[in-house]
Design a protein around this ligand. Structure first.
Ligand code: BGC
Ligand code: ZN
Length: 384
């Protein structure tokens, strides 16, 4: 089968290539062979493909990339719980083997304590940017066929669901009636965070570098949010937040630009939560008003949390939420995916040319429907 590989990752001169590799073969009754329909690309893939970040499986030099997948079960081991034709996505992280890691031992490898976890397509295991992949049924999540068109967004949305779940848990400390959310960044994650907050009934403000006439700004407005371009020499985040004249109960930092994370702490409302979701590979140093920040954090009960990866339940909530989004803002998710390409175009891909989100179609979209068994019995519904 064909696969996109970052080659010679352990050597000094890595390269990206479309390669022919062995087809996966079931070797255990719990395993499943998945035929990949599409894979979404994000900032992590950009780093892996451009900066040669990423770690190949033990004993190998090359890594098949891709971790945002949508596929259809081609072959199901008899104890896997799946059937050929089932539409599925895969959880990204696999637990570490350390018996003392209570989170990995309890289905929460997203909170792995040892750092010895594996992430498919990122760290220590091949990903999904290939025609097929093999997986233990435990790590697959069934996607209802009615979400076929947007199923490739379940993984990025799971990142938003995890953070929302964490925010709700943290805020059990008080009576919290959030009204307004500020989203920093208008990449795929920032935009999914924005529409999620709209679906949750919050007033949404998005602050980002994209201009006012960009598709990003339009998408924010089309889900009922307010967009503010962050321009060089323009209004500062602090001045903008003050000008809004209302408490920013929730701030989701999705840019990874760390100076903004510190500025966000000072504009956060009393009792509010600032969640940090982005990282950049840079090594910035910053002078901050540490006493002022410390004071406002303490005297106003503010909370800052970091959040990475997602657990199975976050994938399931993501499926539910994407369906809600499609009902409330029809066509919006469709516009988020700005670039679709075939597998053989990936080695030449220029990430700078992607306005918002790129998806690699391993199988042409017109052929998807006939491969998928029509099921609507997978219903994830939550009182969120
Ligand atoms: C993925 C996460 C992963 C993180 C760090 C993100 O792009 O969506 O699943 O944990 O990168 O590797
Ligand atoms: Zn662990």
């Amino acid at each position: 089968m064909k696969a996109i590989r970052v080659k010679q990752l352990r050597q000094g001169t890595p390269s990206i290539a479309l390669e022919t590799v062995d087809d996966p073969v079931i070797s255990h009754p719990q395993e499943v062979i998945v035929k990949v329909l599409a894979v979404g690309l994000d900032g992590t893939d950009k780093e892996i493909l451009q900066e040669k970040y990423g770690i190949p499986p033990q004993g190998e030099d090359d890594l098949t990339t891709g971790h945002e997948s949508l596929g259809v079960v081609a072959e199901a081991g008899r104890e896997s719980g799946f059937q050929p034709g089932d539409l599925v996505t895969a959880i990204v992280r696999r637990p570490c083997r350390n018996q003392s890691c209570v989170n990995c031992r309890n289905g929460h490898s997203d909170y792995c304590q040892t750092g010895e976890f594996v992430e498919r397509g990122i760290k220590g295991a091949h990903g999904f940017l290939s025609e097929f992949y093999k997986e233990d049924g435990r790590y697959l999540v069934q996607v209802p066929s009615e979400l076929l068109e947007h199923g490739v967004l379940v993984e990025p949305q799971s990142i938003v669901e995890k953070v929302w779940d964490q925010v709700l848990r943290v805020q059990q400390r008080l009576i919290w009636e959030p009204k307004a959310a500020l989203i920093l960044g208008s990449g795929p994650l920032g935009l999914l965070a924005a529409i999620t907050c709209r679906v949750l009934g919050l007033d949404v403000y998005v602050w980002s570098r994209s201009p006012q006439d960009s598709l990003q700004a339009q998408l924010v407005k089309d889900c009922g949010g307010v967009y503010q371009p962050a321009e060089d020499g323009g209004i500062s985040l602090t001045a903008y937040a003050e000008g809004l004249g209302k408490p920013l109960d929730l701030i989701l930092e999705c840019t990874g630009f760390s100076p903004l994370a510190f500025e966000a702490m000072s504009v956060l409302a009393p009792n509010g939560v600032l969640a940090l979701l982005g990282v950049t590979p840079a090594d910035r140093k910053l002078e901050i008003s540490s006493d002022m920040l410390n004071q406002s954090m303490v005297l106003e009960n503010k909370c800052v949390i970091g959040s990475v990866n997602a657990a199975r339940k976050d994938f399931e909530t993501a499926i539910y939420r994407l369906q809600q989004m499609e009902k409330m803002y029809p066509g919006w998710l469709y516009r988020l995916v700005t670039n679709r390409m075939k597998l053989d175009a990936v080695p030449q891909l220029d990430f700078a040319s992607i306005p918002i989100k790129a998806v690699v179609d391993i199988v042409p979209v017109e052929q998807w429907r006939e491969l998928v068994k029509q099921t609507n019995e997978v219903e994830y519904s939550f009182s969120v």
